[in-house]
Design a binder for this molecule. Sequence first.
Ligand code: COA
Length: 410
Amino acid sequence: MGRNERAGIEAIAVHVPNLYLDLKDLAQANSVDPAKYQKGLGCQRMAWPEPDEDPVSMAAEVAHRLIDSYAVDPATIGMVIAGTESGVDAAKPIASFVHGLLSLPQRCRTFDTQHACYGATAGLRLALDWCRTTRKRALVIATDIARYDVHSPGEPTQGAGAVAMLVGPDPAVVQFEDPVEAVYASHVFDFFRPHYRSTAVVDGRYSLECYLTALENTYVAYTEATGRRLLDFRYLLFHVPFPKMAWKAFGRVYDIEQARNHTELPSKEELFARMTEPALWGNREVGNVYSGSLYLSLASLLEADDAAVEGAFVGMFSYGSGNCAEFLAGRVCHDASVWRNRTGLRQLLAERRRLTHAEYLALREPANPAPFTPSPRRYRFLGIENHQRKYVGPKASHSRNRAGDAYAGL
Ligand code: COA
């Protein structure tokens, strides 16, 4: 079978937990000026999972939303990849749980891809190459819970959520260009989570330096290979551990281009407002979702009230601590009716409930969960029985009534 150049994202959906902590409340409890969290880090609120919500239930939830809202025929999915750093088992991947919960076809590959926040990008790249040669469809899911110690510098940058992308040969959301090997890796301990810990160990300042070094390397590799320059992109998206990081990242790219001195650039502030800021509103609301944070930005951009999104050329930088990074690019497809208001992001944010700081602290203790009213979700974690994790939720079924026949199968 010949190589198919048209590969990309056919559908994208988001899951955000129903609970959130406002960072004004966290700042007050920690006796910190709220401006440090809101302006210094760029965070407004952070999503927090319910006691019966975990990386598997979030992944199943978002996969179900994608299948439902784009009327995808589950029988056309030939590969499920979960990009995550929140694995629940040392052997059985989250992709396998999702495959079972949604009753996806047995003629299917299922596995997880892990490298901190780069995991989902590794899965996406793999899926794109597989689709280009097989013309089949893969479900790539980023699912993570970002958790740091109470009172640690990372605490205001927590979050939780999942993003699902249907990757296939008929992209209606983003078509990726032919792959460029704009990648970078270096064995560092900037951020990691040993198996015996539930929270990450992070050297915050060092991790930002590692991120910027990786960005510089991948951006230079990409621009040298393609001849493209900053102004060739309409939007520039970054991995977002906290939104201010996107500003720092944009600044590094801007400095590289200024040093090249090819063209007179508008001011950094003006370009950032035009190229990156429209993609950050979701990250400000949800917090860090690790492997999904770049794709949460992509969903935010698609759901932004910005007509320029259709047909826009988008550069995307993915960074995973430890570390591995990649710069990739693609074009948003023209038919906004396919993706506008379909990701679920706006609806989920509108329905959330604000936690008090005391409830947030109680929810951090699994042995003593705060009393809560569960939100209307499809998938729930029931507990562990005979060493097996048990979940409840419906199978996925194919409905054609919303998107017509466009996604009915190949
Ligand atoms: N008003 C406005 N801004 C304020 C402020 C105030 N009252 N007080 C502080 N700030 C600013 C600081 O100037 C700083 O901005 P800058 O980085 O542009 O200089 C920012 O807020 C953060 O303040 P800082 O004192 O550096 O915070 P910190 O040392 O407590 O923690 C991080 C910052 C980023 C190191 C920490 O949040 C962290 O470790 N985060 C996780 C890192 C991570 O995710 N790494 C993975 C990389 S992918």
